[in-house]
Write a protein of this length. Sequence first.
Length: 216
Amino acid sequence: MKKLIYTLLAVFSISAFGQKYVDTNDPKDEEVKSLLSKKNDLNAFGAADLKVTNLVSERGLLVGAYGGFIINRRYLFGVAGYGLVTKFEFEGLVPDQPETKQLNLHGGYGGILIGPTIAPRELIHISIPILLGAGSLEVVDKDFFTNNPADSEFTVENSVFFIAEPGLEIEFNITKYFRLGAGATYRYVSGLELENVKNDDVSGTTAMISFRFGRF
């Protein structure tokens, strides 16, 4: 948890130094500055992500999408969701069976996505996405019912969990309506209640490629 707090503090410190703040000190200007103001520029966007990461010591692919709004070209607010699309296999235990066997991990996660963008008008700039949310994982034995080849899978156990995933991404302005990004995130997982999989087994670094569409 301390690592998460330090990471979030560092993220917002970088953002604060990266933005140009101007205060006119005009006594006539009594309006309180806020993100959700009529004077702010609000643009919608949608995006798709490809993430390569390790879960239960196996490398695989997560695919997801996110969308929302960008305020003043700098601040992102939206929702995101990701799912496991490749096989994550590991040795685990099935109830009432003394020996370990090959099991699979299924699931995904999602939540609120926020974060600043530094120098968004530049050809190459920095985005700092932060996802806060929850997810679900299930451990599956795909060969449990040997007498039914059409449906042999059995869910050994499942659990929900909480997730915080801060990241750092370099973005390229390809066109006015398309941005391509590449970067990395760190996934903090807590609250997982499984016998075969622990929080540390599904926490870790992720490499990502992002395709973002909208009016920037």
